[in-house]
Design a protein around this ligand. Structure first.
Ligand code: PLP
Length: 377
């Protein structure tokens, strides 16, 4: 379909409801937390799986002017949605993608001397961001490359630098010594760069970085996760609004007793008479298979306000739940089951599956029927 919705996603399967007003509200909350800075938005990976176009339109309406994507291809897609925004491509340019940057008016994050040379060779006038690595050791100019650049400023000839950025490795642990160490290294790098280029903007904080306080805000903050409701400070009350819910229907209910088993691998043995409901969603919809029974922990779904345990393995398209304790009138085919929502956040589901809420969001399946509430879908 023209909007990128897969042809297999329709109302016959599970539903993903995305609350765009909650995303706009989360943008407002971040603005309040970082009053001295501009608030950009990370919308890479299809806006963390929630849908690039509706999310980007909602955020622009909420006042966002700078957007972050990972690849030039994502940037090109976003340009068709937002003709005027600053679109920063975090992975930077290479020989093949420079043409896309030019055509779509994309801003690169220059992460290495090689990328600086590539960008200079492309002769594009758009000012770039310069990413200096302050301890993440992932992307950005490391200490040696930064020294070379400061010693050979001609390498930036013809390249306009609008902004210097770095990325925090441990911002979700507020007391971690890396935070202060990276802050110091970033300030030092900014000072040395500005001696070459004159004033440039600075950007350091992702979502958890915003919550480390004003020292980390600089001119522009770059939240993603918090906009989508993920907890910015694990272990503390989450100030963000939840943005996603997934509901699937009960397809079938059956009675089981010993010595039977349920599901693949005959992995779950029935301990006594029970009623099992089969629900129409599975790992192909993004429900983590590992959530079923990790280290003996029982994952729960919610049916009409009742908390019920999962039973047996999560399969591709189906989940089985124990509805023995539910009123018979509730556990019937057609009844909606909450798999993600007020009772099971992406963060909690991720923790049960040995991963993080980020991965849960970005793995929501193509088959889910997406419904957007509020905002500017
Ligand atoms: C460089 C950079 N900035 C900002 C973000 C947004 O981070 P978060 O989703 O934790 O707010 C990311 C995401 O990984 C990133 O790689």
């Amino acid at each position: 379909m023209a909007d990128g919705t897969p042809a297999t996603a329709d109302a016959t399967g599970a539903r993903l409801i995305v609350d765009l007003d909650a995303i706009a509200e989360n943008y407002r909350i971040i603005r309040e937390r970082a009053p001295g800075a501009q608030v950009g938005a990370s919308v890479k990976a299809d806006a963390y799986g929630l849908g690039l176009a509706p999310v980007a339109r909602t955020l622009v309406q909420a006042g966002c002017r700078t957007f972050f994507v990972a690849t030039a291809g994502e940037g090109r897609a976003l340009r068709t949605i937002l003709p005027d925004a600053e679109i920063v491509v975090l992975n930077g340019p290479d020989a093949e993608s420079v043409a896309i940057f030019r055509e779509a008016g994309l801003t690169p994050a220059l992460n290495s001397l090689h990328q600086i040379d590539t960008w200079r060779g492309g002769g594009i006038a758009t000012p770039a961001w310069l990413h200096v690595d302050t301890g993440m050791n992932r992307l950005g100019l490391g200490p040696d490359e930064a020294e070379t650049l400061f010693a050979e400023p001609d390498r930036l000839r013809g390249v306009g630098i609008s902004t210097v950025m770095s990325h925090l490795a441990c911002a979700d642990e507020s007391g971690h010594p890396m935070n202060l160490a990276q802050l110091g290294a970033f300030e030092a790098a900014r000072t040395r760069l500005q001696a070459l280029t004159g004033p440039v903007r600075a950007s350091l904080a992702n979502s958890p970085g915003v919550f480390l306080g004003p020292d980390y805000h600089f001119d522009l903050v770059r939240p993603g996760a918090a906009l989508y409701g993920l907890e910015p400070q694990p272990g503390q009350p989450n100030p963000m609004r939840q943005t996603v819910e997934i509901y699937a229907k009960i397809l079938q209910v059956r009675s089981v007793d010993t010595p039977m088993t349920v599901g693949y691998g005959a992995a779950h043995k029935v301990a006594g008479p029970a009623r099992i409901a089969t629900v129409g969603a599975g790992y192909a919809d993004g429900y983590p298979r590992a959530a079923a029974r990790r280290t003996g922990e029982v994952m729960h779904a919610h049916v009409a306000g009742h908390k019920v345990p999962l039973f047996g393995r999560v399969s591709m398209d189906l989940i089985t739940i124990d509805v023995s304790e539910l009123p018979e009138a509730v556990a019937v085919p057609g009844q909606e089951v909450e798999l993600v929502g007020p009772n099971a956040t992406p963060d909690s589901l991720g923790a049960s599956a040995g991963t993080i809420g980020y991965e849960v969001l970005t793995r929501f399946g193509n088959r889910l029927h997406r419904i957007y509430r509020g905002g500017s879908a």
